[in-house]
Design a protein around this ligand. Structure first.
Ligand code: COA
Length: 336
């Protein structure tokens, strides 16, 4: 992204969570857990979940609509949906989302990088805008992990929630506020088993054996994931900041994937930026996977915690393993 004479500029922002709220106390009615345990170990108090019949695409349409409204437009050249819970395994969710937004005919595809999905989608979309292949784009992060969690797993059920968030990008000048700069992406496939849904893909299906019910659910090795998330997000944020010439004291806000409040605190320590500069909404929405970063951006922009002119680094970490960061000076915009 460095050196280009054209940049992708954030010009709109929208978010959406489904109506149904599940509190920690409600989870504790059915699982061996407690509000105290979940709050103290994760910072989460409640999460939103879809109703029967709702889907990731439904949430993506709502968020996409709001991002278009925020940008003051009804159209985009491209629709990219970051998700690991597509409406169906095939085809991608993005074409249908695009059509439901009145954008039949535009380029539309999904990006799968689990909790780093939104950063990966921003990166690939920004490159398409810089190349001139698209002039405008809608980048939506949307996930409904409530649909793939094992109902008896107290750990994952405490952490994840459903939601969607979206930004509208337009071609602009690399020096203007809102321009995405300093993209950094990484992965480590040797640790793919730390976060996975084991069955449902070609590896399990090619055996001809039916999947065990348990293997169709999402699993995660919490402790290893925690350590990797801290290490990788801190390093990635630092790489992006350095590439932009920003020292830790120059960074006004670090907007991280909301995985666990203790992960945010540990990253703050590592990068030597006060925790007050890390906006967080994890208490209200939990870990919303690809929706996490745009949802926290929308909350922080609405509350005034995120203001025009601030130097911001976005950072994500997730299954794959994958991680990534990107920087921008926050633009003046109204959340849709
Ligand atoms: N309620 C009560 N107890 C729970 C629980 C819950 N919801 N979830 C786990 N526990 C228990 C465990 O079973 C374990 O019990 P044991 O000692 O009898 O075996 C105990 O709490 C400690 O488990 P541990 O996994 O060591 O706890 P932790 O402090 O590491 O917290 C996570 C667990 C999952 C909250 C934490 O590891 C985490 O946040 N990891 C990262 C998750 C993440 O970000 N995933 C998405 C990545 S993008």
């Amino acid at each position: 992204m460095r050196g280009a004479d054209r940049a992708a500029v954030v010009a709109g922002l929208g978010a959406w969570v489904p109506q149904t709220v599940v509190t920690n106390d409600e989870l504790a009615l059915r699982l061996d857990t407690s509000d105290e345990w979940i709050r103290s170990r994760t910072g989460i108090a409640r999460r939103h979940v879809i109703a029967p019949g709702e889907s990731t695409g439904d949430l993506a349409v709502e968020a996409g609509h709001r991002a278009l409204k925020s940008a003051g437009t009804g159209t985009a050249d491209l629709v990219v949906v970051a998700t690991s819970t597509p409406d169906r395994p095939c085809p991608a969710t993005a074409p249908e989302v695009a059509s439901r937004l009145g954008l039949t005919g535009v380029g539309a595809f999904d990006v799968a990088a689990v909790c780093t999905g939104f950063v990966y989608a921003l990166g690939v979309t920004a490159a398409l805008i810089e190349s001139g292949a698209a002039r405008t784009a809608l980048v939506i992060g949307a996930d409904t992990f409530s649909t793939i969690l094992n109902p008896t797993d107290r750990t994952t059920r405490a952490i994840f929630g459903d939601g969607a968030g979206a930004v509208f990008l337009r071609a602009g000048d690399p020096a203007e506020d809102g321009a995405l700069r300093g993209l950094h992406l990484g992965s480590d496939g040797t640790r793919s088993e730390l976060i996975e849904v084991a069955a449902g893909g070609s590896r399990q299906r090619s055996t001809g054996l039916p999947a065990e019910e348990a293997a169709t659910y999402f699993t995660m090795e919490g402790r290893s994931v925690f350590a990797e998330a801290v290490r990788r997000m801190a390093a990635s944020v630092q790489t992006t900041a350095e590439s932009l010439g920003w020292a830790s004291g120059d960074i006004d806000r670090i907007v991280l994937h909301q995985a666990n409040a203790r992960i945010l605190a540990a990253v703050a320590d590592r990068v030597d930026v006060p925790l007050e500069r890390f906006p967080s909404n994890i208490e209200r929405v939990g870990n919303t996977v690809a929706a996490s970063i745009p949802l926290v951006l929308a909350d922080a922009a609405e509350s005034g915690e995120l203001r025009a002119g601030q130097r911001v680094v976005l950072g994500g970490f997730g299954g794959g393993l994958t991680w990534g960061s990107v920087g921008l000076v926050w633009p003046g915009l109204t959340v849709g």
